[in-house]
Design a protein around this ligand. Structure first.
Ligand SMILES: Cc1ncc(COP(=O)(O)O)c(C=O)c1O
Length: 418
């Protein structure tokens, strides 16, 4: 029997069963069809069963589906590493593959901590992160994530670093609004630079923490301060990467390059679990030496799995060939227009950026019955706490997107139990 994620199994009723998918449509065993409004945990950016991705996968499977990367290499991995270096912010030249976003974050943190010890600094192993952040479910990833239902059971064994406030005022915040958060960051770095290895943030949008959007000014300041106080800057773009915020990578909003960047989820368009941790040459060079002692001791079995690499490469080509950033602009405009007319006294905030739209309400009970309602209406949407959000596949049609938002509107206007 399956043990389902984030689920109190005692209360679990039978779950809808998917049997096939095409485009944004999920086909269920009972004959229902649903529009996927959240790209299956933000990964399925091209929709289901994309012909070009299916071909890439099958062609690679006919050659070889797996080969260990220890002591061997292969072309799909080499080509994908090259493609990632080309499309990510300039300065990230070295690619370490792994099998999930959480592990990609672990690798980033290992890189940062070992970077300092390789350079002869002892004691620089704490991490600065942001309140409300989420970086995955493995232990070190939980440690740099804010306390939440995801990590609460383990809070006594997590060795926390420094958890700081995110800047107020959203994407377009004024310098004055962002300043208190920058000052807090500077105080923390100034007081503890001898203990701190890195700052890790989800740039621009904290997704799983409820889609809080903050200013690129903060990221620019974090870049300057990390250099001033000698700590590394890590961007976790597992959720924001590959166009989700309207730029190919959220770092581009700030026009800066972190020292280390993690990508996952949409990397393989939902076909296979995979992630990559990219590092600057400065970081990479610190691992060069004559002994194992300074090498990066990590190597997941499925790192650079050839099927994952082949599908990721084809996915990147599609993003470029099909001009997805233009599509994302249209999605953004439709969300903005439709959210404009969505009103309820229960709504406390609406946040939109790129192909993300989030609506925050007074408390999570507002959405207690929403999931069932959404399925009955033919859409797949899952609130996170007191936020309902859409993060659709980029191939979504206008009428499908409007339907998603209409279901949310109907919930507020007609169906919300009193
Ligand atoms: C920003 C961020 N980092 C890391 C992760 C963890 O990724 P995975 O679920 O692939 O381990 C997530 C997952 O939601 C995420 O949103």
């Amino acid at each position: 029997m399956i043990w389902y994620p984030y689920t109190q199994m005692k209360h679990l009723k039978e779950l809808p069963k998917m049997v096939s998918g095409k485009g944004v449509q999920m086909n269920l065993e009972d004959g229902k069809t649903l529009i996927d409004g959240i790209s299956s945990w933000w990964a399925v950016i091209h929709g289901y069963s994309h012909p070009a991705l299916n071909i890439a996968l099958k062609e690679q499977a006919d050659k070889f589906s797996h080969i260990m990367l220890g002591g061997l290499s292969h072309q799909p991995a080499i080509d994908l590493a090259d493609a990632l270096v080309r499309i990510t912010p300039s300065g990230l030249n070295h690619v370490f593959f792994s099998d999930s976003g959480s592990v990609g974050v672990e690798v980033a943190l290992k890189m940062a901590i070992q970077y300092w010890s390789n350079k002869g600094y002892e004691g620089k192993h704490k991490v600065v992160s942001l309140k409300n952040g989420y970086h995955g479910d493995t232990f070190k990833a939980m440690e740099v994530s804010d306390d939440s239902d995801f990590s609460r059971s383990f809070s006594t064994v997590l060795h926390r670093g420094f958890m700081l406030n995110i800047p107020k005022g959203g994407f377009d915040a004024s310098p004055e609004e962002v300043l208190p958060a920058i000052q807090e960051l500077e105080r923390t770095l100034a007081d503890h630079q001898d203990e701190i290895a890195a700052i890790i943030v989800e740039p621009i949008v904290q997704c799983a923490g409820g889609f809080h959007i903050y200013s690129p000014l903060y990221l620019q300041a974090a870049r300057e301060l990390s250099e001033k106080y000698q700590v590394l800057l890590i961007f976790d773009e597992v959720a924001t990467g590959f166009g989700r915020t309207g730029k190919l990578f959220a770092a581009e909003h700030a026009g800066i390059c972190p020292d280390i960047m993690v990508i996952g989820k949409a990397l393989t368009a939902g076909y296979l679990g995979h992630a990559a941790t990219l590092a600057s040459t400065e970081v990479y060079n610190s691992f060069l030496g004559d002994s194992y002692q300074t090498a990066l001791m990590h190597g997941p079995t499925f790192m650079a799995n050839p099927l994952a690499c082949a599908v990721a490469l084809r996915s990147i080509q599609l993003i470029e060939e099909e001009q997805y950033l233009e599509k994302i602009k249209c999605i953004n405009q439709i969300i903005l227009d439709q959210f404009e007319n969505l009103r309820s006294p229960l709504i406390t905030d609406k946040r939109v950026i790129g192909a993300i739209g989030a609506i925050e309400v007074t408390d999570s009970t507002v959405f207690a019955q929403f999931k069932t309602f959404a399925i009955d209406q033919g859409v797949w949407l899952r609130p996170i706490g007191n936020v309902i959000y859409i993060m659709p596949p980029y191939i979504i049609e206008k009428n499908q997107l409007i339907k998603l938002i209409n279901v949310i509107r109907d919930w507020f206007e007609h169906f919300l139990p009193n």
